[in-house]
Design a protein around this ligand. Sequence first.
Ligand code: FDP
Length: 343
Amino acid sequence: MHAGMNIGMTVFDHILANQQLNPQATGAFTRLLMALVVAAKVVHRDVAKAGLVDILGRAGTINVHGEEVQKLDHLANETLKRLLFSSGEVCALVSEEEGDVLETPRQLKRGRYLVHFDPLDGSSNIDANVSTGTIFAVYSRQTSPEREVAMSDALQPGVNQAAAGYIIYGSSCMLVYTTGDGVHGFTLDPSVGEFILSHPDITIPHKGYIYSANEANYAHWDAPTRAYLDWIKNPDEGHLRPYTARYIGSLVSDFHRNLLYGGIFLYPADNRDPLKPKGKLRLLCEANPMSFIAEQAGGLATTGTERILEIRPENIHQRAPLIVGSPDDVRLYQDFLARAGGS
Ligand code: FDP
């Protein structure tokens, strides 16, 4: 790189510029976001060299959801814990890979933020070199800083999120985040090791023609959901149907594509699997952050009958049906449910 070359706006500049707009800002939130950015770079490095250092494959343990833990899941989880705890800005963390709320160790400085995260989402795809991602949601604690962190701090509804975002480890590495002031995307420039603003103010198209769902579960969805799927596949040139199907099976990738191109992602309730009466995706570390981002980009996110961000969580690992995407598409799905009397 030539001295003085303009590399564009870095994520650090962007976060700082936002901080300067808020006269009450102390810099704590900025430090927390910067810790997440550093964690993203470390996980990206590990994911990128996985095949080289033989860390691909399973760690041989089962996580709290009864799934096999991949080695990279474990590495990513440890990286996020280490960097977030040492930022001095968190009082607790909730990871998809851990059974309980993790309070900041006594010997470390405590801040007022809680972070929910899925360290490596879509990890069942890792061995096939399919894109994975890290998802995070940031909340301010509601209880007094002198007291222990309460379960109510960890179980806040999604509307309370101070920030949410994801990092996608794909053909390039991207960070997409919102602090409630639009959605902004940054692409990692490996030559300088910085995330550079590449997608300012992302808005999702009002309507899309992509649907993303694991249709192998079709027989186990409720009747209105099946009827909606039949409708979007039923040819009607006037309404540009059928839609086109795109399903990677890696939430961050499926969500990111639909955010840019428009469309609808569905992971509805599954009446067959006793583990999935509310679908598969976790409310706190998957559905809530994606829903906050979707709404900030002009989209909608629902269970079908309830706005995701208004769900009052009852436990840290609860699941929720997630239907998210372009507003016209999500509304139409809701109409199918409403006509059938809800579900
Ligand atoms: P994975 O099991 O590979 O970690 O919630 C995890 C998740 O992937 C999401 O990333 C993805 O959208 C979904 O599960 C895929 O589930 P199905 O295999 O049931 O389609």
